[in-house]
Design a protein around this ligand. Sequence first.
Ligand SMILES: Cc1cc2nc3c(=O)[nH]c(=O)nc-3n(C[C@H](O)[C@H](O)[C@H](O)COP(=O)(O)O)c2cc1C
Length: 187
Amino acid sequence: MKSFKPNPWLVPQPVLIIGTYSKDGIPNAMNAAWGGQWDMNQVVISLGVHQTTDNLAEKSAFTLTFATEKTMVASDYVGMESGRKVANKIERTGWKVEKAPNVDAPLFKDFPLTFECRVKRKIDESDTGYYLVGEIVNILCDEACLDAEGNPDLSKMDLIAFDPIGHHYMKLGDILGKAFSIGLQLK
Ligand SMILES: Cc1cc2nc3c(=O)[nH]c(=O)nc-3n(C[C@H](O)[C@H](O)[C@H](O)COP(=O)(O)O)c2cc1C
């Protein structure tokens, strides 16, 4: 086994897109990999200082969506360009935008699954950012990406993951087995 110094290499990481409105109602999006589920109805995301954090301070609301193969190029773009510098950042993505139904944040219609969230807590806030805890108030899923029971079906979404070691986006693969079930054969 080869040893490495500590690195942010928890893998795979999500490709989260955070959608916010500025105080003037201009939609913005940023890419975030350092986020995850926090309790049943909350998410946590490690944030630097961005146009997004300016917007969160104004609106206390955001959408959180999951990048797909089709949205990969623009998802990477919104992770490299700041709305602080480029006012029409979202126009460049080509994404269809409308107001989310339950929070004051933009809904990007090109993505199959979106959480509508409100800012719940900011942890360890400093000049360099904070850990955002968001309360999920509603989840929206494209009707075309539902399974037979009417639940979101990840196998229909072409989601991508982030490889923080090689800095690649990777496509999620095939279903291999049923969780909380396949291991029962060893019990
Ligand atoms: C793959 C990837 C992952 C990123 N993850 C994070 C993250 O977890 N937290 C963060 O604050 N910025 C992250 N960024 C950087 C922001 O997306 C970037 O600074 C963006 O330009 C901010 O946009 P804004 O100023 O318009 O809000 C990531 C960027 C990329 C490309």
